[in-house]
Design a protein around this ligand. Sequence first.
Ligand code: NAD
Ligand SMILES: O=C(O)C(=O)C[C@@H](O)[C@H](O)[C@H](O)COP(=O)(O)O
Ligand code: ZN
Length: 355
Amino acid sequence: MIEVNLPNHHYKIEVQRGLLKSCGQWVANIWRPQRVAIITDETVAELYGEDVADNLVDHGFDITMLVVPPGEESKSLEKATYLYDALADNDFTRSDGVIALGGGVIGDLAGFVASTYMRGIHFLQIPTTLLAQVDSSIGGKTAVNTKKAKNLVGTFAQPDGVLIDPNVLNTLEIRRVREGIAEIIKSAAIADKDLWNYLGTLKNEKDLLNHAEEVIHASLNVKRRVVEEDVFDHGSRLTLNFGHTIGHAIEKTSGYGVISHGEGVSLGMVMISNRAEAFNQSPKGVTEDLIKMLERFNLPTSISLDRDMIYEAITHDKKARGNTIKIILLKKIGQAKIVDIPIETIKDYIIEEEV
Ligand SMILES: NC(=O)c1ccc[n+]([C@@H]2O[C@H](COP(=O)([O-])OP(=O)(O)OC[C@H]3O[C@@H](n4cnc5c(N)ncnc54)[C@H](O)[C@@H]3O)[C@@H](O)[C@H]2O)c1
Ligand SMILES: O=C(O)C(=O)C[C@@H](O)[C@H](O)[C@H](O)COP(=O)(O)O
Ligand SMILES: [Zn+2]
């Protein structure tokens, strides 16, 4: 069990194989019996929806299932509006709660809806992808995308608890497993050399899944430490955005969901490090180390893209302030730094041709 201690909030993350089957008891330890909306997507609903709902009913909860289509396109204001209406139609009040059951899309969307419906109702996270289990379910960033940019509209809102059952990863497609690994590699690269070295002992994605509990714990601890230090993203938390400036822009310009979040982060980490190395802002060899680690888990490391389109998307990045933007670079493997540059200069970090 991991505890997250924030200035005005404290919650527990439980990581245990098979825990989903007894989630009713876990929820009952946090909430008294009440109305609960399970927000999920069609794929996850089919696989785990009934088990979770039945278990909660057995513990006295009154369940409403709210299901959206799977995929990044559901992280939208349109789906948020659908969910607000559904909560109101089912008479949800501020003493009721939301459970986000799914990947990062569901976590971000359900967290956003819970934190804005009636100015905020309680929510829990039950992440079902590796990415959500190691990154998005903790830390309290919620968001939806707009036509202009990824995660343009969102809140900081912490869950009352996070339940992680690594067994659910058995049904995950391998491409989805890789996406989670991209965020794990990011966490190791910015703040945990031991985790980096450990990842280097694993053969591939399947081998990593065999060691899921250790890897999930280590990644969560990186994120927990960073979030506890800077919950509102004013300073050190920005390092969790390594690879995301260009990554988010790639996701947006490819059409949400075509290049996934994890793939964008993988490409973004390589691109920014490659240029930083050329400009003597990161040490020689760091990009090659990153590429080797990403390739070990079959993540993409190069792409052809349109610099102007990527630049336009980056101008809406939340790390921009006036005419400058903060970028995240590696000081070395296991340590990151935040560098302020004029926003136009980001063009020098965007490589158009496949490398
Ligand atoms: N809030 C944060 O701190 C944070 C951090 C990282 C990423 N994110 C966001 O997370 C999103 C990406 O999350 P994701 O990669 O989990 O994508 P996702 O939620 O779209 O899930 C990927 C796919 O896996 C399916 N799925 C989920 N669980 C499954 C299971 N156990 N078995 C079989 N299929 C399953 C889903 O239906 C979906 O089709 C992005 O929008 C990204 O911006 C947020
Ligand atoms: O929690 C954070 O802080 C992160 O930056 C984690 C990222 O992996 C995640 O993708 C996050 O949603 C990005 O946030 P944003 O502020 O760039 O929208
Ligand atoms: Zn991310």
